[in-house]
Design a protein around this ligand. Structure first.
Ligand code: NM2
Length: 502
């Protein structure tokens, strides 16, 4: 059973995570302090770097798609794409985003309106305008661009160079040469594992408590069962995800992704129709203008003369989170993109990924800002005094058939996160398996083991409580991946230039 395991990667990462979980369990206070210290160091000292690298990836993507290399096929000449467009888009979208899109889609604009960027007066008209738009920036094209170098590098290695390993280190081969098989390659893969675990535990840490609270509310389960319900939620996730694993990539993840898109779309349409439809459209039109006008300003807002709180808490956190997801998305989307051209993958990713997020923020954010603006519910106050779950429930309480809508929202979140957890575990198992070809699937026990591990980690993080700890997981694991991303960009460039000479 363990014969095919890459021990050099599996053992150090697995042990570190177990130690970390034990630390959280037995020294919660001390661990929380260390996490808080790390959050400050990363955001204070390196915040600017996250901004630069994100912009770099964005520019890189444009240069590449508009160059002649955009036509390069990630596969054999004449090969048709392995998945049809609909399924491909559904898979790339649902693996890249999870339930946080729904939860933060509703709540993030409320955080922004009470503490806006650019020294804007809280709750002013301008604050509302920016609040509706800013989430779309954090989930928009520049963020999706962070995934591209990894996707292209992996797909090129797998389907053009016919490399037999589903690993991020392999994708850096053009720069590192033989060294990818040595220590440097191992370090890259270890960083990948930490990144994936960090990214997904942020998602679980944000979503699980909120969903558990909604379930408790709908089914009137008393407060003292809070932790039990949270753990049950995580366990159901593992089961749901486990069955998709059992069915494999084609039957499992593909089907679940399609269901995911339909459910999420249905939820948005209902909200748009029962909500203030015209106001939501007005907000969106204004947000698009504001986005285009302020794109460069937002991308470079390091806030050197201010306290930098907005940047640290949001933009840097987000770029860290997207970076942490980068290896997973690179390997996963790279693997499902066989037979497509570079331009097709890049635009597909950018347009459909950003569009999906943008529509979610337009509707969810628009609805909650409307409630706040018209004074129907003081969400900002509820969010500050009672937390995310209470604020989300206050939003859902305003809907017709509120209990049905709450259950519907929970189902959407479940499926959203199951597809993400699923792809993460797939990638982790791939990274920790020896000689895995792109047509093989990593062992099921390996994938389920990872899923159980990050659920345990999330339970730990929930116990030490606090959004900061949850956010730090991504910021911290995303930081070293900045180096990997730069390496990947250089690697893609070299790969393509070399292909010219052949
Ligand atoms: N992002 C923000 O739970 C989730 O929505 C995961 C992670 C895309 C890096 C999203």
């Amino acid at each position: 059973m363990f014969k095919n395991i890459e021990k050099k990667i599996f053992i150090p990462t697995f042990l570190t995570l177990i130690i970390f979980i034990l630390l959280i369990r037995f020294f919660p206070k001390e661990t929380k302090n260390i996490i808080s210290y790390l959050f400050n160091v990363c955001t204070e000292k390196f915040g600017w770097l996250y901004l630069v690298v994100c912009l770099l990836a964005f520019v890189f993507m444009f240069c590449l798609t508009f160059s002649k290399y955009g036509n390069v096929k990630l596969g054999d000449p004449g090969e048709v794409p392995r998945y049809n467009n609909m399924s491909w888009i559904a898979m790339l979208f649902t693996s890249g985003v999870g339930s946080s899109l729904v939860i933060l889609g509703f709540l993030e604009p409320i955080y922004y309106v009470s503490s806006p960027p650019f020294q804007i007066e809280p709750f002013s008209q301008k604050a509302f305008e920016y609040a509706h738009m800013y989430g779309q920036f954090h989930w928009g094209p520049s963020a999706w661009a962070l995934y591209n170098p990894a996707i292209i590098a992996i797909a090129y290695m797998l389907f053009v160079k016919k490399e037999n390993k589903l690993r991020l280190s392999t994708a850096c081969k053009c720069v590192l040469g033989k060294r990818v098989d040595g220590l440097i390659g191992n370090i890259i893969d270890i960083l990948v594992v930490f990144g994936v675990v960090g990214g997904i535990s942020t998602s679980l840490g944000i979503s699980a408590p909120v969903i558990a609270d909604i379930i408790r509310h709908v089914f009137k389960i008393p407060n003292q069962y809070e932790l039990i319900v949270q753990i049950t939620v995580l366990l159901i996730w593992v089961v749901l995800f486990g069955s998709a694993v059992y069915l494999g990539l084609d039957k499992g993840i593909q089907k679940l992704s399609n269901i995911n898109v339909i459910l999420a779309f249905g939820f948005m349409v209902i909200l748009l129709l029962v909500g203030p439809t015209v106001d939501i459209f007005k907000m969106e039109v204004s947000s698009i203008g504001l986005y285009l006008q302020d794109f460069w300003k937002m991308s470079t807002y390091a806030d050197p003369f201010g306290d930098g709180i907005f940047t640290k808490n949001w933009t840097v956190f987000y770029w860290g989170w997207w970076l942490a997801f980068m290896p997973m998305m690179g390997m996963f989307v790279g693997n499902i993109s066989r037979g497509r051209t570079i331009r097709n993958v890049m635009w597909g990713q950018l347009i459909w990924g950003s569009l999906g997020c943008c529509v979610s923020f337009m509707i969810f954010g628009g609805y909650s800002l409307y409630l706040q603006y018209t004074g129907t519910v003081d969400l900002a106050f509820i969010l500050e005094t009672q937390g995310q779950s209470a604020a989300l429930m206050a939003i859902l309480e305003t809907l017709p058939l509120k209990n049905v809508m709450m259950v519907y929202l929970c189902i959407v979140c479940f499926v959203y996160l199951a597809t993400t957890v699923d792809s993460c575990a797939y990638v982790l198992a791939g990274t920790t398996t020896k000689n895995l070809s792109c047509t093989d699937e990593p062992a099921r026990w390996n994938r389920i083991l990872w899923a159980i591990l990050f659920c345990t980690l999330s339970i730990g993080l929930m116990m030490i409580d606090g959004l900061e700890a949850v956010k730090t997981m991504s910021i911290l694991t995303g930081l070293p991946l900045i180096g990997v991303l730069i390496l990947l960009m250089v690697s893609v460039r070299r790969m393509l230039i070399n292909s010219d000479n052949h």
